[in-house]
Design a binder for this molecule. Sequence first.
Ligand code: DAH
Length: 343
Amino acid sequence: MYSEFEKIQKEALNSIDLALDLSMLDEVKNTYLSKKGIVVSLMSRLKDLAPEDKKAYGQGVNELKKVIEDALFDRQRVLADVALNQKLNEEKIDISLPGKTFNTAPMHPFHLIKDEISEIFLGMGYTIAEGNEIEEDYFNFTLLNMPENHPARDMQDSFYINKNTLLRTHTSPVQAREMQKHKNTPLKIISPGKVYRRDDDDNTHSHQFGQVEGLVIAESLSLGHLKATLDLFVKKMFGPKREIRFRASYFPFTEPSVEVDVSCHECNGKGCATCKGTGWIEILGAGMVNPHVLEMNGYDIQKFTGFAFGIGIERVAMLRFGIDDIRRFYQNDVRFLDQFPKR
Ligand code: DAH
């Protein structure tokens, strides 16, 4: 009888050792320990035994059961480990593999320069003001000292939506809107955005282009403040060797008005094809805010003075990158666009 137990135990331990995974081990467990399993059937023989044999037999079966249970438990731990490791191996991510790259487009040169101009002025303490691309005639012209029938309106032939509404011809109406909003308090804003004119498109003109308007209002401002501001801007944008010069000009909303030239980056001011032999390249219009404009927009001209400027974004980008034709900005030609830095 005991040799029978030994035989069963040997077979059981052997099967347990041979179980290669948890489901095989489960089968072994069922064979020996389930309700219809071998251990239960051994136990069921107990009732047929002579009373003096029962104790030893019962002990024998219980020991057998315990040995099988322990072996199952140990093997179960080993196999669970194996299963876990296998799963981890299968699901392993190889972090040394290079990532999947996907192609990002470079920044458009218009936006590169628009952002760069904005950052230079933000660095000088300006804040950004938003304007409207669809603007009232009143803000686009009248409040900037160009009343109806003023000849200066002709210089900015326009897209009218109705009698009083048009696509703004410049970013300067933001000046009027900001002054109206902040009546009689100091101001220091820039406003980048799109403007529209009924221009014939050629290599330096487009019916749509970008400007950055600038406006500072404070007590006792002079042309010197304007010059220092624009000099710093030009040196940051085009390099420390660039100089600026003011040329007298006319804008209805500034008095005096100036065109600002930068010394030619190609020839350093000696004169070459890029600057058409003059040594200078025109980059923007500016001036001291006309007191009449300050007054119309709610400022006390005994106290406040202002300066303003309007920078053409494409113009600056063309000079910075050596772009020969403004139309390239809008044609969406990847061969052109791919040449600019990614950010
Ligand atoms: N608005 C002018 C234009 O589009 C540019 C300009 C000139 C803006 C002088 C200004 C300024 O703020 O002071 O031609």
